[in-house]
Design a protein around this ligand. Structure first.
Ligand code: GRF
Length: 217
């Protein structure tokens, strides 16, 4: 069962890259569309642009220890960052590492990820960034899209919260497809977070039900 946010959603964003989804979340909060506060930005990449965005927005930005420090050091740094920031919800936004199982369990039903394809197709280990769009084009599917899903202990397999299909056009390139998919991500991710913040998500097994507004009144 998912905990509801009677109080404010205190969000930690884990990201490894440019952070355009991180920015979309901040923008949605600024516009008053999403009632939440971003309390932490965590990255495994010391030079990730997302860290600069976070610092610029006054959000605490933490870099995780290098992989060579070992899995315990990584897990401890994540746990410490989360507990010091008081984060009660996690959004993965282009985070390229598997989340330690202890953290997944501690944030059960309160951690989501965004994936640039229609899961369960074109997901799993190694399927990130350009590789997803390359695989979509190579397979010749007519539709791709965006998936927001809850995080479990594997890559891209958790219960699906929201999906948006996007047609693959003849002549699409990795770049043109990535651009359209990313544009949709920037709408869908804040929307998914809003559903959680408003307490409108129920999870049964791997099926997510979205309550309408009256049901949640
Ligand atoms: C997005 O395409 C997201 O779906 C994937 O990684 C990318 C992150 O982009 N998981 P950005 O760093 O948010 O710009």
């Amino acid at each position: 069962m998912v905990r509801h946010f009677t109080d404010e959603m205190r969000l930690a964003v884990l990201a490894s890259g440019s952070g355009s989804n991180f920015q979309a979340i901040l923008d949605a909060i600024d516009r008053g569309v999403l009632r939440a506060r971003v309390v932490l930005c965590l990255s495994n990449q010391p030079d990730a642009a997302v860290l600069e965005r976070a610092r610029g927005a006054g959000v605490t930005a933490l870099v995780l220890p290098p992989r060579a420090a070992g899995p315990d050091a990584e897990r401890e740094a994540i746990e410490q960052g989360l507990s010091e920031s008081g984060a009660n919800f996690i959004a993965l936004a282009g985070y390229l590492r598997l989340i330690p199982a202890e953290v997944v369990r501690a944030y059960h039903g309160r951690m989501i990820n965004i994936h640039p394809a229609l899961l369960p197709a074109f997901g799993g280990p190694g399927m990130y960034g350009r590789r997803v769009h390359q695989a979509v084009l190579a397979y010749g599917v007519r539709w791709t899209g965006v998936t927001v899903h809850l995080v479990d202990e594997q890559y891209d397999t958790g219960p699906i919260v929201l999906q948006e299909p996007i047609p693959v056009a003849q002549g699409d390139t990795v770049e043109s497809l990535a651009e359209r998919v990313l544009e949709a991500e920037h709408r869908l991710y804040p929307e998914a977070l809003r559903l959680f913040a408003d307490g409108r998500i129920r999870v049964q097994g791997r099926v997510v039900r979205i309550l309408d507004l009256q049901e949640n009144a």
